[in-house]
Design a protein around this ligand. Structure first.
Ligand SMILES: [Mg+2]
Length: 270
């Protein structure tokens, strides 16, 4: 047997892949790409404990609330009271607020400001610019039925702090040249305390501050706020951005070019 044949047989025995493929053969994708990742949930996985299950259920509840799938809802479920407290007093709420502000600003920077003073950005006030967390901290973080008299007494103290990421967004949007319009569900009777609170929190300048007047009583927030947006547009403003913690700040016609929903798992306003 010729030595070359013997060498070939030895190579085939120990290195078959070298002889069965040529350098010019196309490489099979499976040779260069990682195998697809297949997650397999086996029956050997342990059942989550009750605490983890409750956390997951409250995650689902909060998602449904934020997505407006729950609407209307009156109160945070009792089993999610601690969950909501930990969310709004922890980093997750702050990160969610910062994300909303960051994306708002990215969009705001793309808007062409025409220079005629009619490019507007609308901000809601409560849980958008001002935080009522100190009030809700002493009222179960939304797990108690809303008490309008006690809340009004809190509003009249005018000490709600700013939501920091919203304060920065407000300053940036204003510096870009937008007209700033504050549109709130607070009643006109709270005009002075609202101005006092806004200034104390660092919101020093605005072009319009709209509160609920006598003609707005009995309207849903969606109807009241969209009606005000119509009036604003009829004055010639172009509403490019609208920031609010409630869907009722954002829904209804006319709608802003972009709407930004801030998180709020503590209460729902229709
Ligand atoms: Mg609000």
């Amino acid at each position: 047997m010729k030595s070359s044949v013997i060498l070939s047989l030895i190579a085939l025995l120990f290195f078959p892949h070298l002889l069965l493929s040529s350098p010019l053969d196309p490489i099979e994708p499976s040779q260069v790409l990682p195998r697809p990742l297949i997650l397999q949930f086996t029956s050997s996985l342990e059942e989550p404990d009750d605490s983890t299950l409750n956390q997951l259920r409250c995650d689902s509840w909060r998602f449904a609330a934020e997505a407006n799938n729950l609407a209307p809802w009156r109160v945070v479920p009792a089993e999610c009271g601690t969950y909501v407290k930990e969310y709004v007093t922890g980093q997750a709420y702050r990160f969610d607020l910062e994300m909303a502000a960051r994306e708002s600003l990215i969009y705001a920077r793309t808007v062409e400001i025409k220079g005629d003073g009619m490019d507007a950005w609308i901000f809601d006030i409560d849980e958008t610019l001002l935080s009522n967390l100190p009030y809700y901290a002493s009222h179960g973080y939304g797990s108690e039925i809303f008490n309008s008299q006690e809340f009004d007494a809190w509003v009249e103290q005018a000490i709600a702090p700013a939501i920091e990421s919203s304060l920065i967004l407000y300053e940036e949007v204003r510096a870009l040249g937008f007209k700033i319009i504050f549109l709130t569900g607070r009643s006109e009777g709270h005009m002075n305390v609202t101005i006092e609170n806004l200034k104390r929190a660092g919101f020093l300048h605005w072009d319009k501050l709209i509160l609920r007047g006598a003609n707005d009583r009995g309207k849903t927030a969606t109807s009241y706020k969209s009606g005000k947006r119509r009036e604003i547009e009829e004055e010639g403003y172009r509403i490019h951005g609208n920031s609010g913690d409630q869907w009722s700040d954002l829904l209804g016609y006319p709608v802003s070019s972009r709407s930004f929903k801030l998180p709020n798992p503590m209460y729902f306003i229709p």
